[in-house]
Write a protein that binds this ligand. Structure first.
Ligand SMILES: [Zn+2]
Length: 188
């Protein structure tokens, strides 16, 4: 019998070769604390800006945009997709902390381009015995994916500031942000 519910039948890839980083990182935090210069920053982002981005490890959002700590909210998930939980964060960001501008940042060579929605879900179901109730949000074209997320923002009744929404695809090989035209009829 498969150990579905406990996940005991799962063979986690490369788990034997892995050693955790946390202890080393906690040590590095001690150095960080000794040079800490951000005390006293305001809770609300200074630029009234929220950024929704993919979790990709190659993107440092503050660095790529020349932002300083305290300037903007950064909301990240796999793909930088506008999900219900991203809407939740944006509602807090806009209503509670006064942001009025949203920038979406997806990127080239995203992990979500390497899988199919149905195939990945089936794989999870085969391994876990349970089909996820959530969408994987796999996509093929990052520009289309940004347009999809922009549309979701524009159609959400919970997002109150919609006049300043722009979307970009970050090129992981050059560092360049390419702006997405919200109208797909303009796309080449
Ligand atoms: Zn990504």
């Amino acid at each position: 019998m498969k150990g579905y519910l406990l996940g005991q039948n799962r063979d986690v890839p490369n788990s034997r070769d892995f050693s955790p980083n946390t202890d080393e990182l906690v040590d590095k935090n001690a150095q960080f604390v000794s040079q800490f210069a951000d005390a006293g920053l305001a809770l609300a982002p200074k630029r009234h800006l929220a950024i929704v981005a993919c979790m990709d490890s190659r993107m440092d959002i503050f660095q790529m945009l020349g932002l300083a700590h305290g300037d903007a909210h950064i909301i990240r998930n796999a793909g930088g997709v506008v999900t219900d939980d991203v809407i939740r964060s944006l509602v807090v960001s806009q209503r509670l902390l006064n942001t009025q501008e949203i920038i979406l940042i997806h990127h080239t060579n995203c992990g979500l381009q390497t899988i199919s929605e149905d195939g990945f879900k089936k794989q999870i179901e085969d391994e876990c015995g349970i089909k996820p109730g959530w969408a994987i949000e796999a996509f093929t074209d990052p520009f289309d994916a940004v347009r999809q997320s922009m549309n979701r923002l524009h159609h959400s009744p919970f997002v109150i500031f919609k006049d300043h929404i722009r979307g970009f695809v970050y090129d992981v090989e050059t560092g360049k942000l390419n702006e997405v035209d919200p109208d797909p009829r303009h796309a080449t």
